[in-house]
Design a protein around this ligand. Structure first.
Ligand code: GAL
Length: 445
């Protein structure tokens, strides 16, 4: 009798577990393609599709003084220093864009250059940005300008940066000033780059400035970034309704390392919600992380997607602090440690689709100093993108991260993301084999 009962309970438990796993599989699939069966050369892109590369001011310009330069010294990190000396070499670098056949270039404006002290504006610096825009347009390259890409003046950081709601007004004035000077020629704008990365890395994991480790501040900064975005969006739209304004969202997918695990699965759902879902709610519903941000509702003309990987989530997540990511057996680890997972590019696009605005791929690329992986990485991601467009997703551009090797934040110069190799001693730029591959894809599409 007891044995029968025990066996029945065991069987019931097994059935429950199998159906739970299969429910999770159906509801949250984690596809893996057999790449040996896919011809990644078979791609096609619509007329008018934009081919681009992306950079950010602090990573390429050089000789800056901002929240990052302070953090680099304070944490004993490699210092950005001269970076790619792009501030002096931008004309030559734009020739590199033309050599690739690029039709769209995403770069950012460095607030600390324009307003080195509160209220003191450097008009010559703004003039240089303006000349850059003219040069891009003369080359038939569409500029996409990012207003905030992780860096800002130290004096603003000292006031609390995005932790304080009242500081948003100063950020808004800076954005308006840039917009007033450039929006007669720039029609595509990104307000804020990767709000979740900025808040988590700076206020949760302490790896970005200001190096804090406070869950409370992390959530607060997330909300304030959304509010700041919304305020900038509405103010700039009121000035020129015809411009296209969006945000660049890093969509990282969180998949349970073990689908059956009572820890991995809920943890992955929680992180997925915090990283992606809560942000999307902000835009779709004007509500985010238990706060009302009504201005945020529908505050996008397009969404920028930065896609790099999925994170296999489990208890090992604690070691994430060291950026030590697990991978599936069939996956290849990139130099950053996380796996190459092109299948997730499609999932990231699907995730953004309910926003019902066009998608611009504002970043995608890989750290790969030897360039052994980048050609395959590029081809797989472009194949996935081509399929998604064929299936009706409204994706208008692809910007490879990055044009050239540059200062990779907390990782310094150790991570090389460039289509061009940069010799940081001589500042010589050399096209990599992957750059040739990209150039070929652009010219045949
Ligand atoms: C993104 C960031 C870029 C670049 C890239 C490569 O998160 O926006 O600035 O660093 O990652 O890791």
């Amino acid at each position: 009798m007891w044995i029968t009962l025990f066996l029945a309970a065991l069987a019931a438990f097994a059935v429950f577990k199998v159906s739970l796993i299969s429910y999770r599989r159906r509801r949250y699939p984690e596809p893996h393609y057999d790449w040996s069966q896919i011809n990644t050369d078979e791609v096609s892109f619509p007329q008018g599709f934009h081919w681009g590369t992306a950079t950010a001011a602090h990573q390429v310009e050089g000789s800056l003084s901002n929240n990052w330069t302070i953090h680099e010294v304070a944490k004993g990190l490699e210092q950005s220093g001269a970076a790619c000396d792009h501030w002096n070499r931008w004309k030559g670098d734009f020739q590199l864009l033309s050599d690739l056949g690029i039709t769209s270039y995403r770069c950012s404006i460095e607030w600390s250059r324009l307003e080195p002290e509160p209220g003191r504006w450097d008009d010559a610096a703004l003039q240089t940005y303006s000349a850059m825009i003219d040069e891009l347009l003369a080359r038939n390259i569409r500029p996409i300008i990012t207003l905030h890409h992780f860096s800002h003046p130290q004096w603003w950081e000292a006031r609390g940066g995005f932790t304080k709601k009242e500081n948003i007004a100063t950020f808004l004035s800076y954005c308006e000033r840039v917009f007033d000077a450039l929006s007669d020629r720039v029609d595509t704008w990104v307000t804020i780059n990767e709000p979740t990365v900025f808040s988590t890395m700076g206020y949760g994991l302490g790896m970005f400035p200001p190096g804090r480790r406070s869950p409370r501040l992390t959530l607060r900064v997330m909300r304030h970034l959304m509010l700041a975005h919304a305020k900038v969006y509405h103010s700039l739209k009121a000035k020129r309704p015809e411009v296209q304004i969006g945000m660049a969202k890093n969509v990282t997918l969180f998949d349970p390392r073990n689908r059956w695990s009572p820890i991995d699965w809920p943890l992955s759902r929680l992180l997925e919600w915090l990283w992606n879902g809560a942000w999307r709610n902000g835009i779709m519903k004007g509500r985010m992380l238990f706060a009302k941000i009504p201005e945020a509702k529908n505050s996008l003309d397009f969404i920028g997607l930065n896609y790099y990987t999925h994170v296999l989530t489990g208890l090992s997540i604690v070691s994430l602090r060291n950026l030590n990511f697990p991978k599936r057996d069939q996956e290849v680890a990139t130099e950053f440690g996380y796996p190459m997972y092109a299948e997730g590019f499609r999932r990231a696009i699907e995730f953004l689709a309910p926003l019902d605005v066009p998608i611009e791929i504002t970043e995608n690329g890989v750290a790969d100093a030897s360039d052994a992986l980048r050609p395959e990485h590029l081809k797989r991601h472009l194949w996935v993108l081509s399929q998604a467009i064929k299936d009706g997703y409204n994706v208008r551009s692809y910007h490879h991260w990055s044009l050239m090797d540059n200062f990779e934040w907390a990782e310094g110069y150790s991570m090389r993301f460039g289509l061009y190799h940069v010799d940081f001693e001589t500042q010589e730029r050399t096209l990599r084999a992957s750059g040739e591959v990209y150039k070929e894809i652009i010219s045949s599409n």
